[in-house]
Design a protein around this ligand. Structure first.
Ligand code: FE2
Ligand code: FE2
Length: 144
C-alpha cells in the first residue's frame, strides 16, 4: 500500500506566490531562497532530528538573511532611498532576534514550532509592508 503523504510537500511551510513579488528579479529570487531555507528548517524540525541539524539549518538561514539584507541595503543607499534607516532597523532587529533564537534553541528553551512560525510571519510581513515599499522606489529609479 502506498502511503498517501509519501513524496508530497506537506512539510512546506512557506509557498511562493506572485503577490510577494517586489518586481525586482534578484530580490525576488533571494526572497524565494529565504522561503526555501525556512522550509528546510521546518523540515529538519518535523523530522525531529538531533538539535545540531536544526542549528545548522538556522545558521544557513541566518547567513543568507545577512547577505540578502546587505544587498538590499546597498541598493537603497546607492539609489538614495529616503526611508533607508527605518528599513535597515528592521533588518538589524531580525538579526538580533535570530541570535537570541539560536541561544534559546541550544538551551532547549523555545518550542521549535514557535520559532518557524515567528520567522515565517516576520518574513511575510517584512516583504509585504517594507520591501515592497522600497521596491516601488527602486523600480521608479530604473531597477528591474
Ligand atoms: Fe528582503
Ligand atoms: Fe528588507
Amino acid at each position: 500500500m502506498v502511503c498517501p503523504t509519501e513524496g508530497t510537500t506537506t512539510l512546506e511551510l512557506m509557498t511562493w506566490n506572485d503577490r510577494y513579488s517586489v518586481g525586482i528579479g534578484l530580490i525576488d529570487s533571494q526572497h524565494q531562497q529565504l522561503f526555501r531555507l525556512v522550509n528546510d528548517l521546518n523540515a529538519v524540525m518535523m523530522g525531529r532530528s538531533e538539535s545540531g541539524k536544526t542549528v545548522t539549518a538556522l545558521d544557513r538561514l541566518s547567513a543568507f538573511s545577512a547577505a540578502h539584507f546587505a544587498h538590499e541595503e546597498s541598493l537603497m543607499q546607492t539609489y538614495g532611498y529616503p526611508d533607508f534607516r527605518r528599513h535597515k532597523e528592521e533588518h538589524d532587529d531580525l538579526m538580533n532576534e535570530v541570535k537570541s533564537l539560536r541561544r534559546d534553541l541550544l538551551s532547549g528553551y523555545i518550542p521549535l514550532e514557535l520559532m518557524t512560525a515567528f520567522l515565517k510571519d516576520w518574513l511575510l510581513n517584512h516583504i509585504i509592508a517594507v520591501d515592497k515599499q522600497s521596491g516601488v522606489y527602486l523600480r521608479a529609479a530604473g531597477l528591474e
